[in-house]
Design a protein around this ligand. Structure first.
Ligand SMILES: Cc1cc2nc3c(=O)[nH]c(=O)nc-3n(C[C@H](O)[C@H](O)[C@H](O)COP(=O)(O)O)c2cc1C
Ligand SMILES: [Mn+2]
Length: 489
């Protein structure tokens, strides 16, 4: 059924076009494949939605559409849009049961074909327009997601549009935002994020407020593009167009010249203040822990809110196996693969397993050993270092098969000479749970690479042990006979 929803006749450029152009059409698609649970009974925004959404992630259960929220008639909440591979496959217009490897290959192919956005003069996101003192963020059902969060989070499955005033390029990224008052938000773009860097490099020194648009509930592939590990200056709107197979329709903001996806559910137009901060966090974060304490976040003044009629607030139940486990890990893995290729590493494939919360990567290489492992470690930690564990495996190990990866790690990684470590300051991931508060302040940390490959100097004839697996330790003729009979003879 899903295959039918994708225009099979390819357009002039040979691009597959995905039909769903907004959150509502995507929700319908999920309902058709059994990947949506509609919750009709009333649920509370204070922890109840968060608890149900959290359990759904941990069970890899369908997405959730809450239709009745305490105190908020007229608003609904859609939770965990892309937190399973099935939902990522459906968003891309693939069969729901597509393998992870197939999803990776499809994403990799489409991200190479950028399609620019299309400007429109009006769109559903402008059905309701509230400016200045008409704005009250408490009109929207921002949930208290986890016990102990610093406040109610309205930006979890968002897409934040901003511009570099010097170079003129536009950035999209997903960053968390907390309600701080009726017209105030605080947020947590990491200092290493593109928004964080542009704000600190260009707006703070000039003492100018930075216009941003927090877009909530655009079509799922726009959010996938916004979460992607993407180059500085790269245009995520064009990436989203490439993933969809058609340009994203964008419309101008009311209070700035930023352009936002026209079919989004909610758009919060704001400016980040250059000379003030506001308390933000803690928050139950994607590594699967409540990390940090309440601290200073960026402080934003809201200038307008526009939304569709009966707006759907999209939310990520952040934590173990959430939306970033699937989408950020996939784009991260492919960015690692490209980077290693550029540096001449003989990389075959890279997998960042969702269970590792974007902290661990598996890199398969056609030629391994300590030098290649060291090279991989240095390349992957030379800039912002989000990963802290790397498993380097030989090319005959399928990196997507975690059982085989663990087998290679357990049997091939030398406990003394196979472990390579680097330490760094100023670029570590401050959300890595094993780092102390003191290390986080200095952005200090390290990365370990486990060399799970045979030393290149070992003779294939007599030093490398023969694998005692079906495909290695039996004559080919017997393998063919056994597989031909279905493995029963
Ligand atoms: C659901 C979700 C929430 C995220 N929240 C944050 C966040 O609060 N702060 C942050 O720096 N990155 C966050 N990220 C990761 C960024 O979106 C990701 O690193 C992206 O590449 C950032 O874009 P940038 O490179 O343009 O900064 C989140 C990702 C997802 C999928
Ligand atoms: Mn970006």
């Amino acid at each position: 059924m899903i295959e039918q929803a994708v225009k099979r006749e390819k357009n002039a450029k040979g691009v597959t076009q995905v039909e769903w152009k907004d959150t509502r059409q995507f929700i319908d698609a999920l309902a058709r494949t059994g990947d949506l649970t509609v919750v009709e009974k009333e649920v509370h925004w204070d922890l109840e939605i968060g608890a149900i959404g959290r359990l759904a992630c941990e069970r890899q259960a369908p997405g959730l559409w809450f239709k009745r929220i305490t105190d908020y008639p007229g608003c609904t909440v859609f939770m965990n849009p892309l937190a399973t591979w099935r939902r990522v496959a459906i968003a891309l217009g693939l069969a729901a049961e597509s393998s992870v490897k197939k999803i990776y290959r499809e994403y990799e192919e489409r991200e190479g074909r950028l399609i620019p956005p299309v400007t429109v003069s009006d769109g559903p996101c402008k059905e309701i327009v509230k400016r200045a003192d008409q704005v009250d963020l408490f009109d929207l059902p921002a949930p208290m997601l986890h016990e102990g969060d610093g406040g109610r989070y309205i930006g979890t499955w968002d897409l934040v549009v901003s511009r570099d005033p010097a170079a003129g390029w536009v950035n999209w990224g997903i960053y968390r935002f907390m309600v701080y008052g009726a017209r105030r938000l605080t947020g947590f773009p990491r200092p290493t994020s593109h928004l964080g860097k542009v704000f600190l490099d260009h707006y703070v020194p000039a003492a100018r407020p930075m216009p941003i648009a927090i877009v909530i509930g655009a079509d799922p592939l726009c959010h996938l593009a916004a979460s992607a590990t993407y180059r500085l200056g790269g245009d995520e709107a064009m990436l989203a167009g490439g993933l969809r197979g058609s340009g994203v329709e964008v419309v101008r903001c009311e209070t700035s010249d930023l352009m936002v996806p026209a079919t989004a559910e909610i758009v919060i137009e704001a400016e980040v203040l250059p000379d003030a901060v506001g308390l933000e966090g803690p928050y139950g974060e994607y590594p699967g822990y409540r990390t940090g304490e309440m601290g200073n976040g960026i402080l934003c003044r809201v200038k307008a809110v526009t939304h569709r009629r009966d707006p759907i607030l999209t939310i990520d139940a952040t934590g173990y196996m959430d939306d970033s486990a699937t989408i950020t890990s996939m784009s991260g893995a492919l960015a690692i693969k490209r980077r290693l290729e550029r540096h001449g590493v003989p990389v075959v494939d890279v997998y960042v397993p969702p269970e590792g919360a974007v902290h661990a990567a598996v890199v398969a290489v056609s030629r391994g050993g300590p030098e290649v492992t060291r090279q991989i470690l240095e390349i992957l930690t030379s800039r912002r270092a989000l990963l802290s564990k790397i498993f380097v495996v030989d090319g005959d190990v399928d990196p997507f098969d975690l059982g085989r990866v663990l087998h290679a790690f357990a049997t091939k990684c030398h406990p003394v000479t196979g472990v390579h470590v680097v330490q760094y300051t100023g670029r570590a991931n401050t959300l890595t749970p094993c780092y102390s508060q003191e290390e986080r302040k200095r952005q200090a940390g390290g990365t370990v690479a486990f060399d799970c490959t045979w030393p290149p100097g070992w003779s294939r004839e007599w030093e490398v042990p023969v694998k005692a697996t079906f495909d290695s330790i039996f004559p080919e003729i017997l393998q063919r006979k056994v597989t031909a009979s279905g493995g029963e003879t």
